[in-house]
Design a protein around this ligand. Structure first.
Ligand SMILES: Cc1cc2nc3c(=O)[nH]c(=O)nc-3n(C[C@H](O)[C@H](O)[C@H](O)COP(=O)(O)OP(=O)(O)OC[C@H]3O[C@@H](n4cnc5c(N)ncnc54)[C@H](O)[C@@H]3O)c2cc1C
Length: 517
């Protein structure tokens, strides 16, 4: 298994639950690709009903299934589509019919009903429909799949870069990989290789001399402090830039843009993208233009052959036996919402190569078998609910670590209410090699101060358990935070950040790299 995003983690879990021996290799941290760079929208399918009905149906069915199977990390807040006077009434007319045809639940609302649900809506909303969108935490979903795969026996490793294959007699005989931090080289002889490397699937396939017809596309998002809506609010028009607002924890995520790329590479959000996303969102929810910008970030979509908004959001399982490599399968395209279905189909393809009749269990087995937080001992009630939603299968171990460790129940990140014991628990795990890994697992540093106040708590947790240079760890972390911060800075917030930056670079002599491309 190559790739540790939602698709790779989902395939690892699927195969491990079928009783198949699995080794999953991710070159960075889990969820560091598109799976951590999206809106966190559990699609009802409505967004694609008119333009991409196959994908709409898949989203509708999987969205319902995930509410049952991964409820711990889903906030079932519902959503709505609204149109403004300038939007095409023809699209509105097609929308309801297309939803019905694709099995997507869609309920017309009067403008008064819509405003009762979402008091922040603009005064000139013309049409509104309630849909079954929800907000999902992609980090918790992916880490939950990783832990569940491990519990079922999979070996799952991050910071392992797959570098080359040895192909012999139409089979990948060996996979050569390297530890991204120590440079140590290793190799493994696989029976089957699953390429779930998202936007990089073409590059990984080329290591076996294969070509995949796919395209990649950059999308950017802005995080605003506070929730400007109760549920998801979508603009009712053919998919275009700045259509979606997703409430997420204590923030709102505005998205997204679409810029085709020649090949996947490092991506940075521009100030122009931020301004355009805020402007578009404020047509529907005027408060978007007043809220404080917390961060901007971008991800790269792995898409089926055509580019940008025109590309289907469906997925494809490619069995490369028909291209001359018998034991390799690539999974491309799809959505976070459909990751489980993609993993199921990839699992079926692996079983076909292995001649195994083991059947899929992820359709019925939830990632967290009991959804109650009550038995989390040693932490206050207010932290229990949060721990369940963030940590799913490992919540009891994290709560125990907080109760057991000295200072474990002290607050380490006040924006995201993260306890010191949560940081210490994850810092002692071999998966965690950088401060950003702690942020992805605990949310410390994701709040409105962007690590300004808690970066030293993160560092003190990790520095005790690694021989890496602490100053370098801190500089890498603050540079990554700065990359997401500078595009949203304006006015008073800009002045505050200049002051913070002066303290870090002038007084503490830290080298924070510029975020601008
Ligand atoms: C801007 C944007 C917004 C989106 N919004 C939503 C949304 O709201 N809802 C939704 O359902 N979907 C959304 N999506 C789509 C969704 O995020 C992706 O379809 C999904 O996350 C893809 O997961 P993946 O595991 O296939 O790819 P990724 O998450 O990118 O994972 C691929 C992994 O492979 C690893 N890799 C690459 N090369 C190698 C190598 N040589 N060795 C080892 N590992 C390697 C990478 O490091 C990466 O972690 C959005 C996507 C974008 C970009």
């Amino acid at each position: 298994m190559i790739g540790g995003g939602a698709t790779g983690a989902g395939v690892a879990r699927d195969l491990a639950l079928r009783g198949i021996e699995v080794l999953m290799l991710e070159r960075g941290d889990f969820c560091a690709g598109a799976s951590g760079g999206n809106h966190g929208m559990l699609h009802s399918g409505a967004r694609y009903a008119v333009t991409d009905p196959v994908s709409a149906r898949e989203c509708a069915e999987e969205g319902r299934a995930l509410r049952r199977l991964a409820s711990f990390c889903i906030e079932d807040c519902g959503g709505m589509f609204v149109s403004l006077p300038q939007d095409d009434p023809g699209h509105t007319a097609r929308f309801e019919k297309a939803c019905r045809a694709a099995g997507v639940a869609c309920q017309p609302l009067t403008v008064q009903e819509a405003r009762a649900k979402e008091p922040g809506l603009a005064g000139d909303v013309v049409n509104a429909f309630a849909v079954e969108d929800a907000s999902v935490d992609p980090f918790s979903l992916v880490m939950g799949n990783v832990e569940s795969a491990r519990e079922a026996g999979a070996k799952v490793l991050n910071y392992k870069v797959v570098q080359s294959f040895r192909v012999w007699r139409h089979r990948v005989e060996e996979v050569m990989f390297m530890d991204a931090i120590t440079g140590e080289a290793e190799r493994v002889k696989p029976e089957v290789v699953v390429n779930a490397s998202g936007a990089w699937a073409g590059e990984v396939a080329s290591l076996a001399g294969l070509r995949i017809a796919m395209s990649v596309d950059k999308g950017s998002m802005v995080v605003l402090d506070g929730r400007i809506c109760n549920g998801l609010v979508n603009r009712l028009r053919p998919p275009s830039d700045g259509d979606i607002v997703v409430p997420n924890h204590s923030a709102s995520i505005l998205g997204t843009t679409s810029s085709p790329m020649a090949r996947p590479g490092p991506v940075c959000t521009t100030r122009e993208e931020v301004q355009s996303l805020v402007r578009e969102a404020s047509f529907v929810l005027p408060r978007a233009s007043q809220a404080r910008g917390v961060r901007a970030y971008s991800g790269i979509r792995p898409l089926l052959a055509s580019t940008g908004r025109k590309a289907s959001r469906g997925f494809q399982i490619i069995e490369h036996s028909s291209h001359g490599v018998e034991n390799m399968i690539s999974v491309i395209g799809g959505k976070l919402t459909t990751y489980r279905l993609m993993a199921e189909r990839a699992g079926d393809a692996v079983c076909k190569v292995l001649g195994s009749s083991a059947s899929c269990r992820t359709r019925s087995e939830p990632i967290v078998s009991d959804g109650h937080e009550d038995h989390l001992e040693g932490v206050l009630q207010i932290h229990r609910r949060r721990m369940l939603s963030k940590y799913g299968p490992t919540r009891a171990k994290v709560a125990e670590a907080c109760a057991r460790r000295p200072r474990g129940t002290e607050l380490a990140c006040s924006c995201e209410q993260v306890l010191q014991g949560e940081l210490d628990h994850f810092a002692s795990h071999p998966d965690v090699r950088a401060l950003g890994d702690l942020t992805r697992r605990t949310r410390a540093g994701m709040g409105y101060c962007q690590g300004g106040l808690c970066a030293l708590s993160l560092l003190s947790s990790l520095a005790q358990r690694t021989d890496q240079d602490p100053q370098r760890l801190l500089e890498d972390y603050l540079s990554e935070r700065w990359k997401g911060l500078w595009p949203v800075l304006e006015g008073e917030q800009l002045r505050q950040e200049v002051m913070k930056r002066y303290l870090l670079t002038g007084t503490y002599h830290l080298r924070i790299r510029e975020g601008a491309p």
